[in-house]
Design a protein around this ligand. Structure first.
Ligand SMILES: [Zn+2]
Length: 293
C-alpha cells in the first residue's frame, strides 16, 4: 500500500557550469490569455500553442541560484505573495532544497516586474526575505520605476502593479543596493543589458572554464509563440520595438554560438538551446540528468 501523492516533489534542478553550480528554482506558474501579446496575429499565435499541445498560455516563473567561489546569489525572486496562488514558491522550494535564504549574499534582478521582484519582501508587511543580501540591478531600473513623470504616463493598472509595487519591493533594500551599467557583477557572472522589455532589463552570462550559460531573463514570455514570431511582444513591454530588437539580438547570439540558455519564463527547469528554423527559431530543452557533477 502506497500513499497517493498530493504535491509535486520540490521544483529544484541543479546544473554545473564549470566550477559554478546554477540551480533552477521554480516559483510556480501564471496562467493568462494571449490577448496581452502585441505585433502578432492572435489566430496564428493560438495555432502555435495548439500545435505544441498547449491549449492556453501557461507561464512558468523561475529564479536561479548561483553558487560561485564561496558566494551565493539568486537571480530574481519570483512573485512572492503578490500575484497568484499558483506562483510564489521560491522560498518554499529553497527551504526544501536545504538553502537558507539568509545565506544568500546577493540578489541579481533582471528587472523590476512583480513576477521577478515581488519575492524580495513579504508584500503584506514589507519584511525582507533576503535579509543579508545586496540588491544588484541595472541603473535604469530604479531610475525608471521611481520616476514620478514616467508613472504619471502609465495607466492605472501599470501605476499600481509596476511602479507602486516595484517601489515597495525595492525600497527596503535601498541602503544595500548596487547599480551597474554592465561588466562582471558577481564572481563568474557578467551583466548583458538587453534593454527594451523594461529600461534596464538585463540578462546574465555565467562563465566558468569552457562552460557558459545565458540566463536571458524575459527575452520571451510565451516561448512557443515568440520563437516562431520573434517580433511578437507583450502589452507590458515598456518599449515594444526595443524589446523586439533585443530579443532578436539575443536569439541571434545564442543560436549562432550554441550557448546554453535559461529563462524566467521557459518551462521549468528551462535549460535549453536555441536553433534557427528558417526565419524563426525553436527551443531544444536539455535532457534531464540525475548526476550533475
Ligand atoms: Zn516576467
Amino acid at each position: 500500500m502506497t500513499t497517493p501523492p498530493s504535491q509535486q516533489i520540490p521544483g529544484i534542478y541543479h546544473r554545473k557550469i564549470g566550477d559554478i553550480i546554477v540551480t533552477a528554482v521554480s516559483d510556480g506558474y501564471l496562467d493568462g490569455s494571449l490577448d496581452v501579446m502585441r505585433n502578432v496575429d492572435l489566430d496564428a499565435a493560438h495555432q502555435v500553442l495548439k500545435d505544441a499541445f498547449r491549449p492556453a498560455r501557461r507561464t512558468s516563473v523561475n529564479a536561479f541560484l548561483i553558487q560561485s567561489r564561496g558566494r551565493t546569489a539568486i537571480v530574481d525572486t519570483g512573485s512572492g505573495n503578490y500575484l497568484l496562488p499558483t506562483a510564489g514558491m521560491v522560498q518554499r522550494n529553497l527551504a526544501r532544497a536545504g538553502i537558507d535564504a539568509k545565506s544568500i549574499d546577493t540578489v541579481l534582478l533582471t528587472h523590476m516586474h512583480p513576477d521577478h521582484s515581488a519575492g524580495l519582501v513579504d508584500m503584506s508587511n514589507g519584511a525582507l526575505l533576503y535579509p543579508n543580501a545586496e540588491l544588484v540591478m541595472h541603473e535604469n531600473e530604479p531610475k525608471h520605476w521611481f520616476d514620478d513623470g514616467a508613472m504619471a504616463k502609465s495607466d492605472e493598472r501599470g501605476k499600481k502593479l509596476y511602479f507602486q509595487a516595484g517601489r515597495e519591493q525595492v525600497e527596503p533594500y535601498r541602503k544595500r543596493t548596487r547599480l551597474f551599467t554592465g561588466g562582471e557583477v558577481f564572481p563568474g557572472v557578467t551583466a548583458v543589458p538587453s534593454l527594451g522589455h523594461t529600461p534596464g532589463h538585463t540578462a546574465y552570462l555565467i562563465a566558468s572554464g569552457k562552460d557558459q550559460l545565458m540566463i536571458w531573463g524575459d527575452t520571451v514570455h510565451v516561448p512557443e509563440v515568440q520563437t516562431a514570431f520573434p517580433e511578437a511582444g507583450m502589452a507590458f513591454d515598456t518599449d515594444l520595438a526595443a524589446a523586439a530588437a533585443a530579443r532578436k539580438r539575443m536569439f541571434d547570439r545564442v543560436a549562432s554560438d550554441g550557448t546554453l540558455v535559461a529563462g524566467m519564463h521557459l518551462h521549468f527547469p528551462s535549460f535549453a538551446r536555441l536553433r534557427r528554423k528558417g526565419n524563426a527559431y525553436e527551443l531544444l530543452p536539455e535532457p534531464w540528468v540525475h548526476e550533475f557533477e
